[in-house]
Write a protein that binds this ligand. Structure first.
Ligand SMILES: Cc1cc2nc3c(=O)[nH]c(=O)nc-3n(C[C@H](O)[C@H](O)[C@H](O)COP(=O)(O)OP(=O)(O)OC[C@H]3O[C@@H](n4cnc5c(N)ncnc54)[C@H](O)[C@@H]3O)c2cc1C
Length: 469
């Protein structure tokens, strides 16, 4: 039986899902609120670049798009940490130098996915279609064209809400009894800035080493920069919305400049458009959205940011959304005509993983803005890499599991917690051994006393280990 699907939203996830389902024999009707980015004069979405990693690349490969995307991507095998004094230090992400995340233009990625979807014979994409209502029982979705106020409807066997973090479809589902919903706003906002290409220098046309994700960690806030193929970098400031060092406090280009002089002194000379960028670019907000269930009536289902918007600090929002597309497509193939069963399988697979990456993304913000500059952090990373070299199968650092493998996020979170607990216990044990060794060497007590202390320490070691589990 030829089945039909309405996909609300032609963003990253909506377009990829359209490609998958069309190739699986579905009739696909994609409806997008904005105008067609292929037509002149339409904004192609937020002008940010994204870090795409193993999960996203695997999903793009499945659609035959990996090569196209990688052609204009820039490898980032590590972080470049910028100190206040302007010193730069490179930290490789993984022990394996071949492991790298990829900087890609968000709008170019969206465009490539949109073109791939539009090229499929079973896919129809309509723009200026804002979803305003859905009736799960009849499989009907209502849209309004905001420029003409014209109302239209679509009916399908399956309705997918891929309409982003502020999903209208989710908003409609929220009115249903039993629908759990939470949104957690981050106290920090973000603003984009630009580092322009240069004509001379070691990395020209890049003003800095392009093969790194640049970070200016400054405790409560930070700036990051990702390279673009034209030699520029898109910088993103992550500052608190209010209070000390916030967007509210540092308003206007003159204040921004003074702050930059102090905190990002090496970047400022590379930003000839600083004043215009600082004054004109808006401050965006970031939130974590959790909801349950992700579906209604065995026919309507959420996917991507609509189901699980997360903060961007692990660079996994799009990667996770692409994994959703794979999971839903596989579940639909496995369950044949039973769409409701397929949706349940998809939710079971993805919900726990979405919760896990949401948590890891929040933790990674503190790591990026605060810890990356510390010596302790560097030692911990070195220890992680050493342990991975010694036990490549059983010890895998969290960053490697999340960015360079397809291990489910929930398993990666659980495993990395266990590894950290084990390293802490090992550290305590090591310190205790040194202490006891010194005690014995200094001959400050009899053998019995030394052994009692040693046993006490061993008990403490296991007690700490148990508490951390
Ligand atoms: C600052 C920032 C940096 C990020 N960096 C990364 C990164 O490095 N790596 C990474 O993997 N992810 C990153 N992300 C996250 C990533 O952008 C999202 O996870 C991803 O775009 C989600 O894809 P989506 O298709 O679910 O939603 P979107 O890409 O937001 O697409 C939703 C689509 O639905 C349309 N729409 C909205 N409402 C309606 C409606 N009512 N009717 C019809 N259509 C509608 C929208 O116009 C849009 O086209 C970042 C996000 C931010 C904010």
């Amino acid at each position: 039986m030829n089945k039909s699907v309405v996909i609300v939203g032609a963003g990253l996830a909506g377009c990829l899902l359209a490609v998958y389902l069309s190739r699986a024999g579905w009739t696909v009707d994609v409806r997008e609120r904005r105008g067609d980015p292929r037509a002149r004069g339409h904004a192609a979405g937020r002008s940010i670049n994204l870090a795409i990693s193993a999960r996203g690349l695997k999903a793009l490969r499945r659609a035959g798009l990996e090569e196209t995307i990688l052609r204009n991507a820039i490898r980032m095998p590590g972080r470049m940490i910028h100190s206040r004094a302007g010193a730069q230090e490179f930290h490789q992400y993984s022990r394996d130098p071949n492991h790298a995340i990829q900087s890609v233009s968000r709008s170019a990625l969206n465009l490539a996915l949109l073109e791939a979807a539009a090229a499929e014979k079973n896919v129809r994409i309509t723009f200026h279609q804002r979803c305003v209502e859905v009736a799960a029982a009849s499989g009907t979705v209502i849209f309004i064209d905001d420029s003409t106020q014209h109302t239209s409807s679509a009916v399908a066997d399956l309705i997918v809400g891929a309409d982003g973090a502020y999903s209208a479809l989710r908003g409609i589902m929220q009115k249903n009894e039993g629908f759990d919903y939470s949104q957690e706003w981050l106290g920090h906002g973000y603003k984009e800035m630009q580092i322009q290409p240069v004509t001379s220098g070691e990395h020209a046309p890049f003003a800095m080493n392009p093969n790194a994700l640049h970070i200016w960690p400054r405790g409560a806030s930070m700036m990051i920069a990702l390279p673009n193929p034209d030699g520029s970098f898109t910088c993103t400031l992550f500052w608190p919305h209010s209070g000390s060092g916030s967007f509210a406090e540092i308003s206007g280009a003159a204040n921004g400049r003074a702050h930059f002089q102090r905190d990002y002194g090496d970047a400022l000379p590379l930003m000839p458009t600083f004043d215009a960028d600082f004054d004109a670019n808006p401050v965006g907000s970031m939130l974590t959205v959790r909801c349950n269930p992700w579906s209604q009536g065995g026919r309507v289902v959420l996917l991507g940011d609509a189901a699980h918007a997360i903060v961007p600090f692990f660079g996994q929002g799009a990667n996770a959304s692409f994994e959703d597309c794979e999971s839903l497509t596989d579940a639909l193939a496995a369950h044949g005509d039973n769409i409701a069963a397929a949706i349940s399988t998809y939710e079971l697979d993805r919900k726990r993983n979405a919760d896990a990456i949401a948590e890891m993304a929040l933790t990674n913000f503190v790591e990026m803005r605060d810890k990356t500059a510390s010596r302790m952090f560097k030692w911990k990373k070195k220890l992680d890499h050493f342990m991975h070299a010694m036990f490549p199968k059983s010890f895998i650092p969290r960053y490697d599991m999340v960015s360079f493998s397809n291990i489910p996020y929930a398993d990666a979170l659980q495993k990395s917690r266990k590894q950290d607990a084990m390293l802490s216990r090992f550290g305590i044990f090591f310190l205790c051994c040194i202490f006891v060794g010194l005690w014995a060497a200094l001959d400050m007590s009899s053998f019995n006393v030394t052994m009692s202390i040693f046993m006490g320490i061993v008990i403490l070691f296991f007690w700490v280990g148990k508490r951390r589990k």
